[in-house]
Design a protein around this ligand. Structure first.
Ligand SMILES: *[C@@H]1O[C@H](CO)[C@@H](O)[C@H](O)[C@H]1NC(C)=O
Ligand SMILES: *[C@@H]1O[C@H](CO)[C@@H](O)[C@H](O)[C@H]1NC(C)=O
Ligand SMILES: *[C@@H]1O[C@H](CO)[C@@H](O)[C@H](O)[C@H]1NC(C)=O
Length: 151
């Protein structure tokens, strides 16, 4: 069967779609500080965070002693000053194993209440947009190609 140019275009389209879907399906889960029980005092989470690449749609996993710590999303000021009131979101579900999806390309800030922020139980996570799937022709002038803007 001959592949007409129409079919070729369709094929290209389908491959593009699959690349996009693959990119979305491929959301990584980042265990905070690399393993399942590291939302704890005395760990430099900044060090860890700076060495990770967080993309939109990725997940964070916070594992900790539920009787001691919790996970609150806060703004930058609260993060810097360890303010645990007036938080943006309470991530804790009570099990000591919480996940959080990074849905925007921005910096997220988390800390633990109960004063543990002062002992380093805090992390800032810089989230980037999805990178385009490998060899995509350079877009004309209009800046970065962003998959998430398609949705
Ligand atoms: C944690 O690591 C970061 C990045 O290397 C560094 O700037 C910061 O001073 C460290 N914090 C502590 C409490 O050691
Ligand atoms: C950050 O949150 C704190 C605590 O709710 C609040 O007092 C402060 O105004 C907020 N800062 C910004 C820049 O939104
Ligand atoms: C956060 O939510 C959990 C589960 O509902 C609750 O047990 C906990 O008290 C809440 N923490 C704060 C600081 O509101």
């Amino acid at each position: 069967m001959e592949i007409t140019s129409f079919n070729k275009n369709m094929l290209m389209m389908m491959m593009m779609m699959m690349a996009i879907m693959w990119n979305i399906a491929k959301s990584d889960l980042h265990y905070v500080e690399g393993s399942k029980f590291r939302w704890v005092a005395g760990v430099n989470l900044t060090q860890w965070s700076l060495n990770q690449q967080f993309l939109v749609h990725d997940w964070l996993y916070f594992g900790y002693d539920r009787h001691t710590f919790n996970v609150l999303e806060v703004n930058q000021t609260s993060y810097e000053k360890c303010i645990d009131t007036g938080f943006i979101k309470n991530i804790s579900t009570g099990a000591g194993r919480d996940v959080f999806q990074l849905t925007e390309a921005k910096t997220y800030y988390f800390l633990s209440g109960g004063g543990y922020c002062w002992q380093g139980v805090k992390v800032a996570v810089g989230v980037s947009d999805h990178l385009p799937p490998a060899p995509v022709p350079a877009p004309k002038e209009s800046g970065a190609f962003s998959i998430s803007s398609t949705f």
